[in-house]
Design a protein around this ligand. Structure first.
Ligand code: PLP
Length: 419
């Protein structure tokens, strides 16, 4: 699938076959999923996704930040096929196999910091976070955890206790983990303390020492601070380096584990292996998932060797580190090393340069921000008030599809379109 003009629309989506699938899906699949628009995928190659009616689109979201090597990279596909023909499952929880240990070694070497590392494998981002919470509590023998407003760490009960993104994600599920404290995240575009972008972050980390540790929780009871170095679901907000460095300093001062959730920002997507590398931090525990195996379900919780000191039986998973996923991950890492890391850096720079004028050219573009190929464009009603413009954002998405149908039409750039 090579296309120079995308989208390629053979029929207006959703086409007849897509409509058949949608009807079936709506009847039988859990309504809790958040499908924003009715794309019914059939085939993916590189950056292109084709739907069941033959329409083709550029996948700007890379399979929601998962296909770091593009859709169905031939080397990844070959590694999966080869491994599947050899051994699909044996359970690393109960037995040994080579590629699980080899992958752990590889991840341990890529992780920042001079201390040796150990790796726990799960199947999803939320499991990586769940393991990190349990490990931090087990290692420190402390219970409390600090997380941030805007954070998304997953949807299982432990990870959900840290998530503070949308109320619907928590509504109706009753009590979550106790002892979790949420504090403001340093967001230079929307500084929670009303400061300018340049001076944002001078308050957020000190707030912990000045307020939280004095009024609500003694730091000696805190097991971990959990932070996304770039908030993903929270709006693609790169944390200022000083903020992350301050958090590390506070953690070191009080024996608290710094857990960096790199589920979305990791594996080279930002042009460095870890988004935290931009701040030079060395977290005690790193959570990795999404793009680690180019689309196969795998996650890793990487910790300093002296931190991952729990005994046999303390934590495990039947499928975590499955041989087929591990094979895909090893090739994924090789491909990232060979070129995609550099590609993310270079293309990210190119894109940011291309878009740097948007905040003055378009009055609905409030901010363009990100690192590498993790870039967000914030759409607002008014640049001065920064009022959010959800309808405009939807209109832009509709326009992109419509554009494929009627290439001559113009984008909805006027804030008055936001009805
Ligand atoms: N952590 C972060 C930063 C995420 O972006 C996500 C998912 O979007 C998760 C954790 C949860 O990952 P999963 O959906 O694989 O459970």
């Amino acid at each position: 699938m090579t296309e120079s003009k995308l989208p390629r629309l053979l029929v207006p989506p959703p086409g007849p076959e897509a409509q058949r699938v949608l009807a079936l899906d709506h009847e039988y699949v859990s309504p809790s999923y958040t499908r924003a628009y009715p794309l019914v995928a059939r085939k993916g190659r590189g950056a292109i996704i084709e739907d069941v009616d033959g329409n083709a689109f550029l996948d700007f979201a890379a399979g929601i930040a998962v296909v770091a090597t593009g859709h169905c990279h031939p080397e990844v596909v070959a590694a999966i096929q080869e491994q599947a023909a050899q051994l699909i499952h044996m359970s690393g929880t109960d037995f040994y196999y080579a590629n699980m240990a080899e992958l752990a070694q590889k991840l341990a070497l890529i992780a920042p910091g001079s201390e040796a590392k150990r790796v726990y494998f799960g199947n999803s981002g939320t499991e990586a976070v769940e393991a990190a919470i349990k490990l931090a509590r087990h290692h420190t023998r402390r219970e409390k955890i600090i997380a941030f407003y805007g954070a998304f760490h997953g949807r299982t009960m432990g990870a959900l206790s840290l998530t503070a993104s949308k109320a619907v994600q928590r509504r109706g599920f009753g009590s979550l983990l106790s002892g979790v404290f949420h504090v403001p995240y340093a967001n230079p575009y929307r500084c929670p303390y009303g400061k300018q972008a340049e001076s944002c972050c001078t308050e957020c980390a000190p707030f912990l020492e000045r307020e939280l540790f004095k009024r609500l929780v003694d730091p000696s009871e805190v097991a971990a601070i959990v932070v996304e170095p770039i908030q993903g679901e929270g709006g693609y907000v790169p944390a200022p380096a000083e903020f992350l460095q301050d958090l590390q300093r506070i953690c070191r001062a009080h024996g608290i584990m710094l857990i960096s959730d790199e589920v979305q920002s990791g594996m080279g997507r930002t042009g460095k292996w870890w988004a935290g590398d931009y701040a030079g931090i060395e977290p005690d525990i790193i959570c990795v998932a999404k793009s680690i195996a180019s689309g196969l379900p795998l996650s890793a919780t990487i910790a300093r060797k002296s931190v991952m000191d729990w005994p046999a039986g303390a934590h495990a998973s039947t499928f975590g580190g499955n041989p087929v996923c591990a094979a895909a991950a090893l090739v994924t890492i090789k491909l990232i090393e060979e070129g995609y890391l550099e590609n993310a850096r270079r293309m990210g720079e190119y894109l940011m340069k291309y878009m740097e004028g948007w905040t003055s050219a378009f009055r609905i573009v409030g901010d363009v921000r990100g690192r590498g190929l993790m870039i967000g464009v914030e759409i607002v009603k008014d640049r001065a008030t920064k009022e959010r413009a959800h309808n405009l954002r939807e209109a832009i998405r509709e326009w992109v599809v419509d554009f494929g149908r009627r290439r001559e039409c113009a984008p909805p750039l006027s804030a008055t379109d936001d009805q």
